[in-house]
Design a protein around this ligand. Structure first.
Ligand code: PLP
Length: 317
């Protein structure tokens, strides 16, 4: 058994696929037509046996899948060269039946373990009942889940669901701007605060707004110019925050109470309390990005949950 400690990966399932037509990336349009209509003779075949053994008929061995992926998928991640075909609890199995211990847990998104029987039952039952309705309709499971989240937290009034951590941050950016606009209108002010203060080593996601709040140069550089009005301040330096935050200009401070992507750097309690005070004085919102890991201390420090992802939270106060 090998231990899997690999970092890096995708933390959600693709809801929509973006097809890229670019001669340097794919062979031809005909290739797509063929791929979309492929009867998949060597595709993934799961039967009852996969639960007891690695008897999973797959495309091929690890290397064959990796080679096929290199041809077919846009290359956005430097992945570890292993192909997982099934999981059970904390164990994963590759395309050749090799067993691994999963210490990565999808990077904080598979906290229940793989193929958890209760999760499988709940998902199967719901899929067999009603899989999806548009957001323009009401839906019972959404309300039930929101009720559970609000009931089990001491600070939450409402929940905003999103598909990924980066979308939770996009929503928080928009909530912050909207909040400041409403406040400006109430105060008969023509100018609403629009800017953001964020920290060195921060990671808030890869979509354009969240990326603008993310510090890593190599993530930002290919997509510049990003959203303007973002100021980076040294993580943990409250004096620098006080200088950066300007009443009437700063809409919100975004902070990870425990920085994940940038290294495991926890913020001190007095720093977080200091941020709260600075925001109160400036009329700015404080956003805690806990997508990477929810820490109970920070939950206790806060009061109002506005947006939330099931495996991680984004808190706006
Ligand atoms: C603190 C933090 N914010 C946002 C994100 C982005 O989440 P996602 O990959 O689901 O978009 C992550 C992902 O690791 C994260 O750790």
């Amino acid at each position: 058994m090998d231990a899997l400690v690999a970092a890096g990966g995708i933390t959600g399932l693709a809801k929509n696929a973006t097809l890229i037509r670019n001669p340097s990336l794919v062979h031809s349009q005909r290739f797509y037509a063929k791929a979309m209509a492929w009867p998949c003779p060597k595709g993934l075949i799961l039967n009852g046996a996969h639960k007891r053994s690695s008897a999973v008929a797959f495309w091929g061995n690890n290397q064959e899948v990796i080679d096929a992926e290199a041809r077919l998928l846009v290359n956005t991640y430097a992945r570890v060269p292993v192909v997982f075909v099934r999981g059970e609890g904390c164990k994963l199995y590759d395309a050749e039946g090799k067993e691994y211990l999963d210490f990565a847990a999808g990077i904080a998104v598979n906290a229940l373990g793989h193929a958890d029987p209760l999760w499988v039952k709940a998902v199967s039952e719901q899929a067999a009942t009603l899989a999806h309705v548009s957001n323009v309709y009401h839906s019972v499971p959404q309300v039930k889940l929101a009720e559970r989240l609000v009931d089990c937290t001491p600070f939450a009034d409402k929940v905003f669901f999103s598909n990924s951590g980066t979308e939770a941050n996009e929503a928080a950016i928009k909530f912050s701007r909207k909040y400041q606009q409403v406040k400006a209108a109430e105060n008969n002010s023509k100018q609403a605060a629009t800017d953001f203060v964020v920290f060195t080593n921060s990671f808030h996601g890869r979509t354009m707004g969240a990326l603008a709040l993310t510090s890593k140069h190599k993530y930002r550089a290919p997509f510049e110019p990003l959203m303007p009005g973002v100021q980076f301040v040294e993580f943990g330096n409250l004096e620098a925050v006080k200088k950066a935050v300007r009443p009437g200009s700063t809409a919100a401070i975004f902070v990870e109470p425990v920085q994940g992507e940038g290294g495991i750097y926890p913020a001190m309690a007095d720093f977080l309390q200091g941020l709260r005070d600075v925001c109160n004085d400036a009329g700015a919102l404080l956003v805690f990005d806990e997508v990477g890991g929810l820490s109970s201390q920070t939950v206790i420090l806060l009061h109002t949950l506005v947006t939330c992802r099931i495996w991680g939270c984004l808190l706006i106060t």
